[in-house]
Design a protein around this ligand. Structure first.
Ligand code: 13P
Length: 340
């Protein structure tokens, strides 16, 4: 298969009506943080059990078209001894891989961050591909502060995302481009709008400069919301209006799909906000979808609590969130469905 055909096929499998992407790519320190409240030891076997639980959920492929995995998971096996990426693929879920190596402070831009991992990336990608990965994810992080992000931060982060995306495409891996504008802080929704607009303008400018083929990329952005500590609560209608406004200003129509991160929203908020976008503003140039981590896994994790006897309940909780977000893809979710 040519690289172009590979990219095309993967995009078609990832971008399907009524489906979104499950982010199960927490690094070892992050998954340890998630396991802590449910008193589960962050051992390799518990991580394997958890990811196996997620991927073996019957019916998950009805709502989930792709899963983002962490490096370790690519080499782990199901209870039956099947490599987890192959198990996902068999269930109609395209396996992907988080390839960035996390953030460090950006020198000469106090308060801004930059993501590491470009060195040797092409060689790592070739190995991941042999292990079954067909798409990748890279996250740049932008804290909002009175003077952040700075111009240097916006430009440097955009360049790194574009370099990553171009490298992925060169080996037939579809890049998910994730510029995460953090929800932390007490900023207003309008300040969030302004930052996302600047960030995404720079990202698409860079993607074009680096020759990235937009048709073979997905965008994973934050929604436009007030900061977590901001006092004003905002209804899904306003989040939907402002988020789509900023996306229409900045994201070319050639991009096939926008898959939001949940970024610290509650499960119900993430679903209701996505639903409002698809219900109130159908017919956007790109699919309006999800790639949630916490908003898909949280309820399931709290049902599981690291206990074998809770696996079925945990899978039911995961399937429920996947199904409700699937409904939100059509704008057909309502809050009564939470208790049905
Ligand atoms: P959340 O939905 O929990 O924000 O995770 C998505 C993700 O992949 C962040 O990189």
């Amino acid at each position: 298969m040519s690289t172009q055909t590979e990219l095309q096929t993967t995009v078609e499998e990832l971008v399907q009506k009524g489906k979104g992407i499950l982010a199960a790519d927490e690094s070892n320190p992050t998954i340890a943080k998630r396991f802590k409240p449910v008193a589960t030891e962050p051992t390799e076997e518990n991580r394997r059990t958890w990811r196996n639980l997620l991927l073996s959920t019957a019916g998950l492929g009805d709502y989930i078209s792709g899963v983002i995995l962490f490096e370790e998971t690519l080499t782990q096996k199901s209870d039956e001894g099947v490599p987890l990426p192959q198990m996902a693929q068999k269930r109609g879920i395209v396996p992907g891989i988080k390839v960035d190596k996390g953030t460090i402070p950006l020198v000469n831009a106090p308060g801004d961050l930059i993501t590491q991992g470009l060195d040797g990336l092409v060689d790592r990608l070739k190995v991941y591909k042999e292990q079954g990965a067909r798409f990748a994810k890279w996250r740049e992080v932008y804290p909002i502060g009175q003077h952040n992000p700075k111009l240097l931060g916006v430009e440097a982060n955009a360049d790194v995302l574009a370099r990553y995306a171009a490298i992925c495409q060169s080996v037939g891996i579809v890049p998910i481009v994730e510029p995460e504008v953090l929800i932390d802080g007490d900023h207003s929704i309008d300040r969030c709008f302004e930052v996302i607009e600047r960030v995404q303008q720079a990202v698409y400018n860079a993607l074009n400069r680096y020759g990235v083929i937009l048709e073979y990329t997905l965008l994973k952005p934050s929604m436009v919301t007030p900061g977590k500590e901001h006092t004003a609560k905002v209804a899904p209608a306003e989040v939907a209006e402002k988020t789509l406004k900023v996306l229409r200003r900045t994201v070319p129509a050639a991009v096939p799909s926008i898959n939001f991160l949940s970024g610290g929203q509650t499960d119900e908020e993430a679903t209701a906000n996505l639903n409002a976008m698809n219900r109130m503003y159908p017919g956007q140039p790109w699919e309006v979808s999800f790639s949630y981590g916490r908003a898909l896994q949280q309820a399931a994790l709290h049902s599981w609590k690291g206990q074998r006897e809770n696996i079925e309940a945990a899978q039911a909780a995961l399937l429920k969130r996947a199904r409700l977000n699937g409904a939100a893809r059509f704008g057909k979710y309502n809050v009564e469905m939470e208790t049905q």
